[in-house]
Design a protein around this ligand. Structure first.
Ligand code: SF4
Ligand code: SF4
Length: 127
């Protein structure tokens, strides 16, 4: 496991390439309201609703956010192979994760840095 001060974006993208859990998507994500409207316009073979829980969020461009629905224990947009079906249009938090406000997210070790045999166990469990 790398120490946090040695983690770079390049290193993270390598970690993500070998990820077998897609754990970061299990709880869904908060999305700027305008971005959610844009996503809602996509033609996906996916039962709606995709968003819920409108709330004020000063960190969002519009000042408002919604959350993605969590269905079957994962973000509604996460496919069974753990990939994101709206990858090109994914919310900003998803693009940045596991970096948040310029720092490594506090759950980084828990979600992303697991030895391979543990990852395989998690994968089996969630199949
Ligand atoms: S859980 Fe971590 S390693 Fe896996 S895809 Fe998400 S950010 Fe990448
Ligand atoms: S929108 Fe995509 S990347 Fe973001 S949490 Fe959902 S499945 Fe994961």
């Amino acid at each position: 496991m790398k120490k946090h001060n040695k983690i770079t974006k390049k290193y993270i993208s390598e970690v993500c390439k070998t990820c077998v859990t897609g754990y970061c998507c299990r709880h869904g994500v908060d999305v700027d309201l305008d971005h959610a409207k844009k996503i809602s316009g996509l033609k996906l073979k996916l039962k709606k609703p995709w968003f819920y829980n409108l709330f004020k969020d000063k960190d969002m461009v519009t000042g408002w956010a919604v959350s993605t629905v969590v269905r079957d224990g994962r973000c509604v947009f996460q496919k069974k192979n753990y990939l994101c079906m709206i990858y090109k249009n994914r919310p900003i938090h998803c693009k940045d994760f596991p970096i948040e406000e310029g720092r490594i997210h506090r759950y980084y070790n828990y979600l992303c840095e697991k030895p391979k045999h543990i990852k395989q166990k998690i994968k089996k469990h969630y199949r």
